[in-house]
Design a protein around this ligand. Sequence first.
Ligand code: OOB
Length: 571
Amino acid sequence: MKNKTKDKAKDKISRADQPGYLPGFTPWPQQAAAAYRAAGYWTGETFGAMLRARAQQYPARLALVCGARRWTYAELDQRSDRLAAGFARIGIRPRDRVVVQLPNIAEFFSVCFALFRLGAIPVFALPAHRRAEVSYFCAHTEAAAYVIADLDGGFDYRQLARQVRAGQPSLKHVIVVGQAEEFCALDSLYDQPQSFAEPRPDDVAFVQLSGGSTGLPKLIPRTPDDYLYSVRASAEICGLTAGSIYLCALPVAHNFTLSSPGSFGALYAGGCVVMTRRASPDDAFPLIETERVTLTALVPPLAMVWLDAVSNRTNERANERASGGHDLSSLQLLQVGGAKFTAEVAQRVRPVLGCALQQVFGMAEGLVNYTRHDDPQQLVVGTQGRAISAADEVRVVDDEDRDVIPGEVGHLLTRGPYTIRGYYKAEEHNARAFTADGFYRTGDLVSQLPSGHLVVEGRAKDQINRGGDKVAADEVENHLLAHPNVHDVALVSMPDAYLGERSCAFVIPRGVVPRAMELNNFLRERGIAQYKIPDRIEFIDRFPKTGVGKVNKRVLRERIAEQLAGARNVP
Ligand code: OOB
């Protein structure tokens, strides 16, 4: 009896030392996890330990450039330690969720690594998100804190925080980079460093957002084991070294910018990350020149703007590889991804920018495909690359989940060492989004070449890819349905030369036909991100239906595409 009690006590202690996973997280099955460890993909390294190791290896090397500020690895390491202590002082605990919505500024990294060291869990919102999205992230994760910058791009995030906080009882702190007003200033949290227990490398370290196709964006839990593997392998594929200088031009918290190989890849390699809040040629080109940037990542519309900026300039001064007087010769690699990059534009990259192109087809849920530096040009220009890892399982299947004949178009399913097995707290949705044996249903239609390279052929998910910004159709439809003069609505994509796709809402009105402007204002007042506001609204009496009576969105897409083509042909 006595012994039993003792054993029980011992049991309690060992469980406290090794608590289970974050509730709501679907870990990889034990067998798969063991295989990934045995193969050396999962190393047990945490984010905090990774930064510490680099700071010891390269204390004086430059880690971050942000405006006039230049932080060495030692400084980033120290700032992260001090902030971790400050976060702990105000009551942020291991495993607390913290919504982080920051622009491309150096503090993104000190805040993240501080939270990682503390074992708290950043939930990455994008700067474009507004009240509806941020409130949902806070509520769904029961966030304890919300980190913002005071102002960015003319928008006051403190105003947003006031609205969000009013409806969120769990939200104890709003932490502001810059002028905090009534909130907590990040600068007041630089305490004396203290040490914290290392978080588990196989438990959730942070949460990213999915583009989503149904309802609100799904939340994607990522672990140090899986994420650092993708970062390490990506850095290797892209040839990053301590001499690499990465321009962080797309939103820093997006998976592409963070890990493919992104800023984490650059830090992993001991290189330098240069931050820019805006990715326009006027902002980015001077930075490329002065900081000698070696690589960057763009979505297709931005890549087109860069190409045009350089072409125009080059036409003016023949044979000069410069733009606006800016020398871009340090740039070795331009990565383009997030949406389909057409072959016609892709082939302009090398002649115009004088650097290599890499196409990147990835997803925040995991799988990332790259074209490789030694691929023949036709693969670099005409495909979206092949998977990072030999352990990535890629299947192309028909509607019944049967493998298609190699080379034919089908649904892309994937499973592997850095692809999640479930969204955070989304049991019902997970049953649909993953197969019984753990493959993620990407919703993308692809064909695969014998080399393993994938060509993105289309999409089965009900989503609009607006130049890399993903819009879940039914999220916007649900907001519109709340309008008293909207009887029914279907949101579809329409072709666009610049963004690839824009959104068009077909609306069946109820009673008085509302003005398009009124519906857009209504959506804005509901607090959704600007990129989700329909680019066009068409009123219609009834929807075309499929054989089983569902709205036939294909017919609607064709209708609007024809209408646009017709309008272009009018003299
Ligand atoms: C990236 O991640 P997400 O989560 O914003 O979006 C994923 C989806 C994919 O399922 C696919 O539908 C689309 O975006 N996509 C592409 C593409 N890259 C992404 N479609 C066509 N061609 C491409 N090259 O967008 C993302 C994450 C990591 C690296 C790169 C992109």
